[in-house]
Design a protein around this ligand. Structure first.
Ligand SMILES: [Zn+2]
Length: 291
């Protein structure tokens, strides 16, 4: 009995419980964020579609079981899933990349991943410095193009820039791009993840000695990015549900043209980065003091 309780407690600390987060598999209405940039994820796991006449770019494949939901969201918006030519991710954790093998198989998309996350992706999650439970592994997936900080991904007139924002994973990637909406250009930031997860060792981490410096680098990069439209790997980073509701209300009232797109949130971006940096500094101090 005690052993079983210990086993359950262990499972809870290694990410299995996170995988069961019900919002991750709950459908959410697909919607246009701005211009040719669309949301096609679930309530809890963000996936973005960038469309063009030459094919589409998809960011995040989520869980393997998410792929049919992503596909139906793409189709509800009037696009064809088989036109996805390029697959990108926020970072090499199963909730953003476990569906990648299936997306590649269904679409033939080229999979492009930041250099420092490639080994984990091609090993199906093995070798991750934090997560090694069966629930955090996924199908090993071949990477077709290895990206480096500042590399661009181009398709049909859209240009995305891969910014290395490490710490949460070694190759955690923040995507930036420009979109044009109602004739105006906007800077988009799709944040990889600023979070120090439960159990992360920031001090004396033998598997990731540079982790604390990497988090500090990430916050410097995030602060340096011009951001009008704030997005991220999970909708709750940027208040997706509330913003979507405001957008829907605006559209109902016929205000889409004159009204402000709620996803434009420069102050919200700055506030979120500052809050997350503070949480990181507090946790680093706590761990350093406990040494
Ligand atoms: Zn993650």
């Amino acid at each position: 009995m005690l052993l079983r309780a210990v086993a359950i407690a262990l499972a809870f600390t290694t990410g299995l419980v996170a995988q069961a987060n019900p919002s991750w598999t709950e459908p959410f209405p697909p919607h246009c964020v701005a211009g040719n940039l669309y949301y096609v994820g679930s309530k809890g796991l963000a996936t973005f579609l960038i469309t063009s006449p030459e094919g589409h770019i998809l960011i995040n494949s989520n869980l393997e079981s998410s792929v049919p939901l992503i596909r139906s969201s793409v189709e509800k918006l009037g696009f064809s899933f088989s036109d996805v030519k390029i697959l990108l991710i926020s970072h090499a954790h199963w909730d953003h990349c476990a569906g990648s093998a299936l997306v590649k198989q269904l679409t033939g998309a080229k999979y492009m991943v930041m250099d420092a996350d490639v080994a984990e992706i091609e090993a199906g999650g093995k070798g991750d410095f934090q997560y090694n439970s069966p629930g955090s592994l996924y199908k090993p997936t071949k990477v077709d193009r290895v990206l480096h900080d500042g590399d661009t991904v181009k398709l049909g007139g859209s240009v995305l820039t891969a910014r290395l924002t490490p710490g949460h994973t070694k190759g955690c990637t923040t995507w930036t791009m420009k979109v044009t909406d109602a004739g105006k250009p906007y800077n988009v930031v799709i944040m990889g993840s600023p979070n120090v997860n439960a159990g992360y060792k920031l001090v004396d981490n033998a598997l990731y000695p540079r982790i604390a410096e990497d988090y500090a680098t990430m916050f410097r990069v995030l602060q340096s990015l011009p951001c009008d439209i704030f997005l991220g790997a999970h909708g709750d980073y940027y208040g997706m549900e509330a913003k979507f509701a405001r957008m829907k209300d605006g559209m109902k009232a016929g205000m889409k043209e004159g009204g402000t797109n709620p996803f434009i949130d420069r102050e919200g971006y700055k506030r979120y980065v500052a809050e997350k940096e503070q949480s990181f500094r507090t946790e680093l101090q706590r761990q350093s003091a406990a040494k």
